[in-house]
Design a protein around this ligand. Structure first.
Ligand SMILES: C[S@@+](CC[C@H](N)C(=O)[O-])C[C@H]1O[C@@H](n2cnc3c(N)ncnc32)[C@H](O)[C@@H]1O
Length: 244
């Protein structure tokens, strides 16, 4: 029997979700960075800067960036980990990974890359000092499996960082909904000639677990000292947890 799941507001078979998510990111890859700046008025850079600061990467660290896409986090981590470090840029989507890998190479950063599913990571147990996933968990079919995999590959004492859209502060909900369901698809159409992918973005954010639920899921996956930071009134949140 095929299990069903959500793709935005639609209920679909699990395999169909994987294909639909792949279509979204094949479609947006070339315009992904410019759209991010447009959509968030540059705020995604602030959220990522906060994540990078919380990661506390030191020279020589081994770091895994999951669903790394066009490589914003991996780029910063690779600079901080230095030549003695090992920073992996990984993603399930070839189009996104290609853009990310080329961007890093153009900056003179030669990092290993791997086309892989967060739910089946091709890395040994207890290997990384830090694991990060930014705006990726929302798209995964079995978030519990992916979180368990992230914990598995962390060294004892290592830290997981999950940056994701979250539940916005209630008084901002109406204007945020108006922006998400009217302006976003319009921008998507104008800038990337793709309204549907940005409609999926708005819907998938609404279907994603809120701050407390994600915290409980991380604890369930065996992470300790789990906490979160609301960013821009909860438009996004950074969750962190330690493997003890
Ligand atoms: C919104 S992009 C985020 C890219 C980048 N981390 C950033 O913050 O700009 C989401 C990424 O998640 C990836 N993704 C979706 N499902 C995945 C999975 N199961 N395993 C790994 N990556 C996945 C997509 O291919 C896409 O590149």
């Amino acid at each position: 029997m095929t299990n069903s799941t959500h793709f935005g507001y639609q209920t679909v078979a699990e395999e169909e979700k994987v294909h639909k998510v792949a279509e979204v990111f094949h479609s947006v890859a070339a315009k992904y960075d410019v759209m991010n700046d447009f959509m968030s008025a540059g705020l995604h850079r602030v959220w990522k800067a906060f994540t990078i600061a919380e990661a506390g990467i030191r020279p020589g660290f081994k770091v895994l960036d999951i669903a790394g896409g066009t490589g914003d986090l991996a780029k910063a981590f690779a600079k901080q980990a230095g030549p003695g470090g090992e920073v992996w840029l990984t993603d399930i989507n070839e189009s996104m990974l290609r853009v990310g890998r080329d961007r890093l190479l153009n900056k003179g950063l030669i990092t290993p890359t791997s086309l892989c599913d967060a739910e089946k990571l091709p890395f040994p147990d207890n290997y990384f000092d830090r694991v990060s996933v930014a705006f990726g968990l929302r798209n995964m079919t079995h978030k519990d499996v992916a979180l368990a995999e992230m914990r598995r590959v962390l060294k004892p004492g290592g830290k997981l960082l999950v940056l994701e859209f979250s539940k916005v502060w209630e008084p901002l909900k109406k204007p945020y909904d108006l922006y998400s369901f009217s302006v976003l698809p319009w921008l998507g159409k104008r800038v990337a000639d793709d309204a549907d992918s940005y409609r999926y973005l708005a819907e998938s954010i609404r279907m994603h677990p809120d701050q407390e639920t994600l915290k409980a899921m991380m604890q369930e996956a065996g992470l300790e000292r789990v906490r979160y930071f609301n960013l821009t009134a909860g438009v996004a949140a950074l969750h962190t947890g330690i493997k003890l």
